[in-house]
Design a protein around this ligand. Structure first.
Ligand code: APR
Length: 241
């Protein structure tokens, strides 16, 4: 890390950070893709072919997220603490579509794969908060067109959000921390390469087990996010100047 007070930090999170809050990951043995084919529910073609099935898939996940038992865990809270206490910029880029980072207090946040609690109208383009079930009859909050709504989530084959801003931050950062992601889905899996191209930043992987990109990281710490993330943040914030 260069001048610590000016150090810029980029954090990438994946489904593993929300696992201990009660949300399923995708590629673990008990993950979502072990139960349903992504080709049936998470592509534009699936939505064109069978929108009711896609709505039902996200309706079930949305209601699961809104359950009282699903709360930010110590890993989410530790990242919000880092943003609040670190004097330099902390940008949190999440692949997750849940709102647990916001609820933990993170503000400088990009949902590169969108948000399950938002809906987007294909008739007028409006994006609005959406917490109830979405159906073929759901009406846009702005233009009131019925049957043109989709969940505001980025599907396979679509371009993730705010990629230019993300790459600019990766190339300028002094520290890149990847948390709870298997490193198999691009472009997020390639972020560590973008950081290494600057030749300046330190890179850390915090995960339950080595990801597909583990060898690209300068430092690797394994264990449950609710343990390794708070201890990493505590150590980082208490390091001398
Ligand atoms: N603490 C830390 N890491 C964990 C924990 C935990 N408690 N439990 C699981 N993990 C790790 C797993 O070992 C795995 O490496 O989290 C990672 C989850 O990987 P995936 O299920 O592939 O999720 P993710 O990497 O976020 O997937 C990326 O793929 O399906 C698409 O759009 C979807 O955003 C998602 C993207």
């Amino acid at each position: 890390m260069g001048q610590r007070s000016a150090g810029r930090i980029v954090i990438l999170t994946g489904a593993g950070i929300s696992k201990e809050s009660g949300l399923d990951t995708f590629r673990d043995a008990d993950g979502i893709w072990a139960r349903v084919r992504l080709e049936d529910v998470a592509t534009p073609e699936a939505f064109a072919r069978d929108p009711a099935t896609v709505h039902a898939f996200y309706n079930a996940r949305r209601q699961g997220l809104l359950a009282e038992s699903v709360q930010p865990n110590p890993a989410h809270l530790a990242l919000a603490r880092l943003e609040a206490e670190w004097p330099g910029e902390v940008l949190l880029v999440t692949q997750n579509i849940d709102d647990l980072h916001e609820r933990a207090g993170s503000r400088n946040l990009i949902h590169m794969h969108g948000e399950i609690l938002k809906g987007r109208c294909l008739a007028c383009g409006a994006v609005s908060a959406w917490r109830e079930d979405m159906t073929l009859e759901s009406r846009c909050r702005r233009c009131e067109a019925a049957g043109y709504l989709r969940v505001d989530v980025v599907w396979f084959g679509e371009l993730p959000y705010q990629m230019e801003r993300i790459y600019a931050a990766l190339e300028a950062c002094d520290l890149f921390v990847s948390i709870g992601t298997s490193g198999v889905v691009y472009p997020a899996a390639g972020f560590v390469e973008a950081v290494r191209s600057s030749g300046r930043a330190h890179s850390v992987e915090l995960n339950l087990e080595p990801s597909d990109r583990h060898s690209a990281f300068a430092e690797r710490i394994y264990g449950p996010a609710s343990e390794v993330v708070p201890s990493f943040v505590e150590r980082f914030l208490s390091e001398p100047g």
